[in-house]
Design a protein around this ligand. Structure first.
Ligand code: GDP
Ligand code: IMO
Ligand code: MG
Length: 420
C-alpha cells in the first residue's frame, strides 16, 4: 500500500514537516521526483534542519528512506546533507537507499542551468540553479548518467564524452566560469556515493509492498510547478503530481491509496511566473514577514498572496487528492479580514478553471471575504478549541473543494498539528 504527500500550490507548503509527522505510520518514505531544488524544513529536538534530497523520514531510525529513480541527484549536496543528519545522530548508512536508476546532476548541468537563465533576460524562470532542468533534459534526451553507472568501468570516459557535448552548449551561451573546482568536489562526492546503499529501487519497493509494508511517497515542489500541468514554462522539469509516483518509483497506480495534498492557509511562490492572488501591498509584506517566507534553498523572498481555490481545485483533480492538510494557519492569526479566491475573471469572463498560458493573461481573482479570527492559535491542540471564524474558513474550503481538510498545522514545531 502506498500513500502520497504532495504540494498543491507552488511549493514550500510545509511538506517536509508533514511527512516527518506521518512517517511513524509507514515503513518506507520515498522521494519520487525533483532534486536539490527542494528544501524541506523539519524541526528535530527543536533544532531546524533543511533536507534537499534525503526523504523527510530520515529522523525515524526504524524507517527505510529511498531516493527513487525519478529524482535527479546531486552527489555533492547529498554528502553535505548526510553530514548534517549525522550530526543529529542519524545512521544514514543504515536506512538511506538510492535507486540505481536515479540520474546524476553533473557539474556541467549546473553550469548550463546558470548560463541558460543568464541568457533569458525578463523571461527568466527564476530557477534555483541546481542543474535540475539540464539533468532532466539529459534523461529524456537519453544521454544522462545514472547512479548505477558508477560501477561501470567506462564511467569516467562516458562523463568526458558528455562533458564535451555540454561544453559546446556552454560555448554557445558564451559561459565563462571555470567549473574545474565543481568537478573536483563532484568526483570526491561520487566516491562517497559508492559507499551508500544503491539498490534496484523498483524490485526493492515492490517486494516490500508485497510483504505488506507501507510506503509514503514524498513529493517535492508543488502541482502548479508540474512540468505538464503547472504554469508552463514557469515550472520545474519533473512530474510533481501523483502520476509521477508511478514512474518515479516503479509503483503501479492500483497500489496508491491516500493522496494527501498540502496547502498553506494562504499562498506563496518563489521565482517568476503567474500568481493571480499575489499581494504587492502591506498584507503581502505582513504574510512574508510573519510567515518568514524566504526560500529554504535559495533564501530568496517568497511572493505572498491569498489562498487560491481555483488552483487548489485543479490540484485536487489532477492528483486525486483524498484529504488535505492546511499548514501555516497561525500566520493568519493577526488579520482582521481574510480573502479566499473562488474564481478568475479573464477578459471580463468569469471561470473556475485554470487556463492554458496563464502567464499571458490578465487574471482578476474573485474573492469571498471572511472574518479573521484575531487570536493566537499556536498552542491550541484540539479542533473544538479553534475559533469559529477558522471553522468557517475550513468549511468554505471543504465545500468548494469537495475534499476534506483533515489536519491544520498551527506552527513549525513537530507536534503542532491539529486533527479536524
Ligand atoms: P516544503 O518545501 O513544502 O517542505 O516547505 P518549506 O520547508 O520550504 O517551507 C515551509 C516553511 O514553513 C518552513 O520554514 C517550516 O518550518 C514552516 N512551517 C511549516 N508548517 C508551519 C506552520 O503550520 N506554521 C508556521 N508558522 N510555520 C510552518
Ligand atoms: P520544495 O520541494 C518552491 C521553483 C523555482 C523556479 C522553478 C524552477 O521546497 O517545495 P528549478 O530549480 O526546478 O529549475 O526551478 O521552480 N522551485 C521551487 N519553488 N519550492 C520548491 O521546492 C521549488 N523547487 C523549484 O523557484 O521558479
Ligand atoms: Mg521548500
Amino acid at each position: 500500500m502506498v500513500d502520497v504527500i504532495l504540494g498543491m500550490q507552488w511549493g514550500d507548503e510545509g511538506k517536509g514537516k508533514i511527512v516527518d509527522f506521518f512517517a511513524k505510520n509507514y515503513d518506507i518514505i520515498a522521494r519520487f521526483q525533483g532534486g536539490p531544488n527542494a528544501g524541506h524544513t523539519l524541526y528535530v529536538n527543536d533544532k531546524k534542519i533543511v533536507l534537499h534530497q534525503i526523504p523527510s523520514g530520515i529522523f525515524h531510525e526504524d524507517k527505510i528512506n529511498l531516493i527513487g529513480n525519478g529524482v535527479v541527484l546531486d552527489a555533492v549536496t547529498l554528502k553535505k546533507e548526510c553530514d548534517a543528519v549525522a550530526a543529529f545522530g542519524v545512521d544514514y548508512k543504515k536506512n538511506l537507499f538510492i535507486s540505481e536508476r536515479t540520474h546524476l546532476i553533473l557539474p556541467t548541468h549546473r553550469a548550463i542551468d546558470k548560463a541558460s537563465e543568464l541568457s533569458k533576460g525578463v523571461e527568466k524562470i527564476g530557477s534555483t540553479l541546481k542543474g535540475i532542468g539540464p539533468a532532466y533534459m539529459d534523461k529524456t534526451g537519453r544521454n544522462g548518467l545514472r547512479v548505477g553507472d558508477l560501477l561501470d568501468k567506462n564511467f569516467t570516459s562516458n562523463y568526458i564524452k558528455l562533458r564535451l557535448k555540454h561544453q559546446r552548449l556552454l560555448d554557445n551561451f558564451n559561459f565563462q566560469e571555470d567549473i574545474s573546482a565543481w568537478e573536483e568536489e563532484f568526483f570526491e562526492a561520487l566516491e562517497f556515493l559508492k559507499t551508500l546503499k544503491v539498490v534496484n529501487g523498483e524490485y526493492f519497493i515492490n517486494d516490500k509492498i508485497s510483504a505488506g509494508k507501507k510506503v509514503l511517497a514524498e513529493g517535492a515542489q508543488g502541482s502548479m510547478l508540474d512540468v505538464d500541468f503547472g504554469t508552463f514554462p514557469f515550472v520545474t522539469s519533473s512530474s510533481t503530481i501523483t502520476g509521477g509516483v508511478c514512474s518515479g518509483l516503479g509503483i503501479a497506480p492500483q497500489k496508491i491509496k491516500e493522496v494527501i495534498g498540502i496547502t498553506k492557509a494562504y499562498c506563496t511562490r518563489v521565482g517568476s511566473g503567474p500568481f493571480p492572488t499575489e499581494l504587492n501591498d502591506a498584507t503581502g509584506e505582513y504574510l512574508r514577514n510573519t510567515g518568514n517566507e524566504f526560500g529554504s534553498t535559495t533564501g530568496r523572498p517568497r511572493r505572498c498572496g491569498w489562498i487560491d481555490l481555483v488552483a487548489l481545485q485543479f490540484a485536487c483533480m489532477i492528483n486525486g487528492v483524498t484529504q488535505i492538510v492546511m499548514t501555516k494557519a497561525d500566520i493568519l492569526d493577526g488579520l482582521a479580514e481574510l480573502k479566499v479566491c473562488n474564481s478568475y475573471k479573464i477578459n471580463g469572463v468569469e471561470t473556475n478553471q485554470v487556463p492554458f498560458q496563464m502567464h499571458k493573461m490578465n487574471i482578476e481573482p474573485g474573492y469571498k471575504l471572511l472574518d479573521g479570527w484575531n487570536k493566537d492559535i499556536t498552542t491550541v491542540n484540539s479542533y473544538a478549541d479553534m475559533p469559529t471564524q477558522m471553522k468557517t474558513y475550513i468549511n468554505y474550503l471543504n465545500n468548494y473543494l469537495k475534499v476534506p481538510v483533515n489536519y491544520i498545522s498551527n506552527g513549525p514545531g513537530r507536534e503542532q498539528l491539529v486533527k479536524v
